[in-house]
Design a protein around this ligand. Structure first.
Ligand SMILES: CC(C)(COP(=O)(O)OP(=O)(O)OC[C@H]1O[C@@H](n2cnc3c(N)ncnc32)[C@H](O)[C@@H]1OP(=O)(O)O)[C@@H](O)C(=O)NCCC(=O)NCCS
Length: 197
């Protein structure tokens, strides 16, 4: 369900600065320059031409949230399979907890289906995403792009166009590696593994 007064729409050229602000603010607080790093990553994904969808949540004409879908592959035995990665998902800190993230996720899942992708992947909290349509990648025969993603955090939506042979390792485009933006690193990785048990 869409929160009242919030419209989810495709990003327009004039939204570029606002999207950057939303991403930097969402990932910024309490994590040093992390917000700027994630905003730089998304700008690089855009510049590299890997974006397949970029949606903003707008309230009173202002961008308050954003979600990006970009291209990746599953390295299946038979062929490389074109798939989608959902990242980043961002909601302005003072707008969080009111359903904007949930609405952006629902719109992103629908867009992935409309694009004809067989699968949509992300890295994130299993609690948050499992309640919003995602399930464990490993349960569908997918392997993560790095061992530094705890199994419960490697999440996927498998669409109707997926065929049984389309399993294998998720392979990110180079830009994700150039920005060191795949998986977690210690000490955060060890802390989250300890929490998952
Ligand atoms: C994660 C995020 C997009 C959620 O957006 P939101 O608009 O606050 O989410 P909603 O209002 O739709 O949903 C709120 C729920 O999300 C939970 N939640 C928020 N952030 C969470 C997180 N990082 N991990 C787990 N749960 C989270 C809230 O506890 C709440 O749970 P409830 O529905 O059981 O009460 C937003 O908090 C955000 O931008 N966070 C910073 C950036 C980030 O971590 N992005 C995701 C990277 S995988």
């Amino acid at each position: 369900m869409q929160p009242e007064g919030v419209e989810i729409r495709d990003v327009r050229p004039e939204d570029a600065d606002a999207v950057r602000r939303v991403v930097a603010a969402a990932f910024g607080d309490g994590r040093g320059e992390h917000g700027t790093e994630v905003a730089d990553l998304w700008d690089a994904v855009v510049a590299a031409g890997h974006v397949r969808a970029s949606l903003v949540a707008a309230a009173d004409g202002e961008a308050v949230g954003h979600v990006g879908l970009s291209h990746a592959w599953v390295d299946a035995r038979r062929a490389l399979v074109d798939v989608l990665v959902l990242s980043p998902l961002s909601v302005l800190p003072d707008r969080q907890g009111r359903g904007v993230g949930t609405a952006l996720l629902a719109a992103a899942i629908e867009r992935g289906r409309a694009l004809g992708a067989p699968a949509l992947f992300l890295e994130g909290s299993p609690t948050y995403y499992a309640a919003r349509g995602f399930s464990r990648g490993s349960a569908h025969g997918f392997a993560p792009p790095t061992e530094r993603i705890p199994d419960p955090a490697f999440q996927v939506v498998v669409y109707e166009t997926h065929e049984d042979w389309m399993t294998g390792r998720l392979v990110y485009r180079d830009v994700w590696w150039e920005h060191d933006s795949t998986g977690l690193r210690d000490p955060e990785l060890a802390e989250i593994e300890a929490r998952f048990g």
